[in-house]
Ligand binder design. Structure first.
Ligand code: UDP
Length: 245
């Protein structure tokens, strides 16, 4: 599978449909398959967070969740064909899971949010089996008990919404003892599924402005926007060095 390295982080050159197909193949073959969703902020954070960088490098699939990543791919080529938003990928996987009777576990967000998200999704996708939910506000000492619950549920898909980098580190730490074949870090997806956070209007999504909408909707995210100009500068610098070598 072709990959692109963006500031040392591998990003797979896949479309949303290809990411779904690869995921289903891994589930059928009972292989461990981790999906992480990269955006500019995460790539910048990984520059001085070696454990996050390692987790991203070891994931089986890293998709371009953010518009900044798609832009950066054009600087280095071959460019990504499209953005693969984690939320869209999660919805597509649930749709397939309902059809193919694949069991799913939701881990993360508040107890109320994760419950509403699961209930909304079982209404939306007829036949979907969400075999367990667990909120994301637990102590490290509870990890073992939670992993046992996930494994006993016989889920084949595990969505983990603990925020970044927590979810990526958690998935890396426990990759060998988790049973579900497909594991994916889904960030704020349960909040969207529970109708607690609205996605940007389609025109904003299509014009690479979803990040701006999220920042305005959740002012606590404003501070995080500083990563964007830093990312652009780092990419320009990396490209200059590329051209000189
Ligand atoms: N969250 C959690 N446990 C934590 C921290 C966060 O379950 O210790 C949840 C939070 O409630 C939210 C999600 O993780 O549902 C993170 O959402 P955010 O939009 O911040 O994702 P990010 O942009 O960090 O990937």
């Amino acid at each position: 599978m072709s990959k692109l390295s963006i500031l040392g982080i591998p990003v797979n050159l896949v479309t949303l449909a290809e990411a779904v197909a690869l995921s289903l193949k891994a589930i059928k073959e009972r292989k461990h398959f981790r999906i992480m969703t990269a955006n500019a902020e995460m790539i910048m954070q990984a520059q001085d967070h070696s454990e996050l960088k390692f987790a991203l490098q070891k994931a089986e699939l890293v998709v371009a969740d953010g518009a900044g990543v798609v832009w950066a791919s054009k600087e280095f080529g071959p460019p990504l064909k499209e953005r693969v938003p984690g939320v869209d990928l999660a919805y597509s996987l649930l749709e397939k899971a309902a059809i193919e009777k694949i069991k799913v576990f939701f881990l993360g967000a508040s107890a109320q949010t994760v419950k509403i998200a699961a209930s909304n999704m079982t209404k939306k996708f007829v036949g979907l089996q969400i075999v367990g939910v667990q909120d994301g506000f637990f102590q490290e000492s509870e990890d073992e008990k939670i992993i046992e619950m996930i494994n006993q549920s016989e889920a084949e898909i595990l969505f983990v919404a603990l925020g970044s980098p927590k979810q990526e580190l958690w998935l890396e730490k426990y990759k060998e003892i988790l049973n579900p074949s497909l594991r994916m870090g889904v960030g704020g997806t349960f909040d969207v599924m529970a109708d607690q956070v609205k996605r940007a209007p389609r025109w904003m999504q299509e014009n690479s402005l979803e990040w701006l909408y999220r920042a305005f909707g959740q002012p606590s995210r404003w501070k995080r926007l500083i990563a964007l100009p830093k990312f652009v500068l780092a990419i320009k610098k990396a490209k200059k060095m590329d051209n000189h070598s």
